[in-house]
Design a protein around this ligand. Structure first.
Ligand code: SAM
Length: 556
């Protein structure tokens, strides 16, 4: 085995190596002691659970849920009072927000983390096959005009940004020789529509959709035929409001924030207790939200963890609103743009532009290069996950193992290179690299146990812990202590410690993690991580069917 061997850090694959001095001596006494400690803390946890359960029940209690009556009143002020969501939590629509595009939700009372604020079924569930992996285009309009309830969809779409009434008014002003009073309307409506219409094939597709709508007798709510401008506006409404999972009405009233206080879940569409199928999304707060504070989501869905430069470009490209660069003064905030710790590169505001710097700039920002590598490596992981899932035969497993092992090392190298290029241990891209690393190690450990020697597994677990510990710290700083992403990382940390306590406790202590230098401290940390993971998970109960059942009971 030479140092050039890419698999050197997995050991030489010889099991006899496992009788390594350090490990054997440590494990014989250490394992027993560690097991005792884990059992002791487990039993303390079991006792604690009933008390903790009661405390947490208070958080997910009906105190923070809206009654049917209460919802009815607030639903009247939504743009679709006749199509209420399945549940509207203690929030209401404010139509004159200064930050984030006019309309948006605000909290009607103080809301603890995990409060369910909205449950809704999509108006259009998913997109057509041709649409997948591409930006929403006219094929999605075609898909929408095909669905059974197309007439209702078109009617509802009227109220989505940019509202039909508004668009008609803007063009009326222009056609009368005037100008739109709001420069943002020109950017988001007039310029966006005309840039799409520059394409000849787009224009001809618009015409064929006009004819198709006519044929199916799908018209505007006032009975007039859908014009090509109407269809173009509908496309903007999809782009400005659509989610990966489809189009929702009430979810489209959430504005974007760089540091959002809500998260949208698309839970499994089956309730565990009943045979009833649900197809809903839910939004929950991820931290404490004060009464009157706007409720916001992060618009980037996949991947969510991108650099400031990429976020700025994507949001401009898709929505035509600018999150701002270093020198940009944001009039609605009356201040320069705020910079978050997770965006700093070398302690400074990173370069960013609304335009695609990968195309125009010879020297794209460091973050763009890291993102490109991440995209490629994440694709490789997806391929490997699919291969292992499809139960590859024993003969193939070693070749897939080699690919997964090479991927693990490459991600490790990307972490090292990114750390030095970004000079910021809490940069959002480093968190993404570390999450990827954890996922690759997990893939190896859960699928290649028959190939990995004990020593290799332990070395893998060591590198796993070296990624998970700083990731946890960065995520807590960025998302707070109650975010579901943090729960997942607590879980990983606890599993990693548990495994090392059982197999190589001395090696674990030698890692010298803060507050983890004795066996007792390591065990305590493992217990802490596990209980934190469980605490956060309980903040986000899978209780949507119960909420819906309660509300429908109250309504009769
Ligand atoms: C899903 S809608 C949100 C609701 C919208 N404010 C409305 O009144 O219909 C998305 C649009 O709202 C605006 N918007 C949302 N978040 C924003 C933000 N942080 N800054 C500026 N505009 C924002 C953009 O025009 C975007 O295309």
């Amino acid at each position: 085995m030479t140092s050039d061997d890419p698999f050197a850090c997995f050991g030489n694959g010889d099991d006899s190596d496992d009788t390594d001095d350090d490990m054997v001596h440590t494990t014989s006494d250490g394992r027993a002691f560690a097991r005792q400690l884990v059992e002791k803390t487990n039993s303390i946890m079991r006792m604690d659970k009933s008390v903790e359960g009661q405390r947490l029940k208070a958080c997910t209690d009906v105190t923070f849920q809206s009654s049917y009556q209460d919802q009815q009143e607030r639903v009247l002020h939504l743009p679709w009072p006749n199509r209420p969501p399945l549940y509207l939590g203690p929030i209401h629509l404010n139509k004159s927000l200064t930050e984030g595009g006019g309309r948006g939700y605000v909290a009607s009372q103080d809301l603890p983390p995990g409060t369910c604020v909205l449950i809704e079924e999509p108006l259009v569930d998913g997109w057509s096959e041709e649409q997948m992996g591409r930006r929403l285009g006219l094929e999605s309009i075609k898909h929408m005009l095909h669905v059974e309830n197309a007439k209702t969809v078109v009617e509802c779409l009227r109220e989505l940004h940019p509202r039909k009434e508004k668009v008609d008014e803007v063009f009326r002003q222009i056609e009368n020789g005037g100008q739109s009073s709001d420069p943002l309307d020109v950017i988001q409506i007039v310029e966006m529509m005309s840039s799409l219409e520059k394409d000849v094939s787009f224009r001809s597709e618009l015409q064929s959709l006009v004819a198709y709508a006519e044929e199916r007798k799908i018209c505007n709510p006032d009975g007039s035929s859908l014009s090509s401008r109407d269809i173009n506006r509908m496309l903007l409404a999809l782009r400005y409001n659509g989610f990966e999972s489809g189009l929702y009405l009430h979810f489209s009233m959430f504005n974007h924030h760089e540091d959002p206080n809500c998260i949208k879940f698309r839970p499994s569409n089956e309730s565990p207790q009943s045979t009833q199928h649900y197809n809903y999304s839910e939004a929950r707060t991820t931290r404490f939200v004060k009464k009157g504070e706007p409720l916001t989501l992060h618009y980037l869905e996949n991947p969510r963890e991108v650099s400031h430069a990429t976020r700025r470009r994507v949001l401009w490209d898709q929505h035509r609103f600018d999150i701002g660069g270093e020198d940009m003064f944001l009039p609605y905030l009356n201040s320069p743009r705020k910079i978050y710790e997770s965006e700093l590169v070398g302690g400074k505001f990173p370069p960013s532009s609304r335009d695609d710097s990968t195309k125009n700039d010879d020297d794209p920002p460091t973050t763009v290069n890291i993102e490109k590598s991440l995209d490629d490596l994440e694709d490789m992981l997806l391929e490997l996950q699919a291969a292992f899932k499809s139960k590859i035969g024993n003969d193939d497993i070693s070749s897939y193992f080699e690919r997964a092992a090479a991927l693990e090392l490459t991600v490790g190298e990307l972490i090292t290179a990114s750390q030095s290029a970004l000079n910021n241990n809490h940069h959002i891209l480093l968190s993404r690299c570390k999450r990827l690393h954890l996922d690759v190690v997990e893939l190896l450990l859960s699928n290649c146990s028959q190939i990995l020697t004990n020593k290799q597994s332990i070395e893998l677990m060591v590198r796993f812990l070296q990624s998970v510990q700083p990731l946890l710290e960065s995520q807590r700083r960025r998302c707070g202590n109650d975010h579901p992403d943090v729960a997942r990382t607590y879980h990983d940390f606890s599993m990693g410690i548990q495994s090392m306590l059982s197999h190589a406790p001395k090696r674990l202590m030698a890692l010298n993690f803060d507050g983890m230098v004795t066996l007792e401290q390591c065990s305590k940390m493992e217990h802490f991580c596990r209980s934190e993971k469980e605490r956060i998970e309980r903040l986000y109960p899978k209780d949507v069917p119960d909420i819906i059942a309660r509300v429908s009971k109250e309504s009769v």
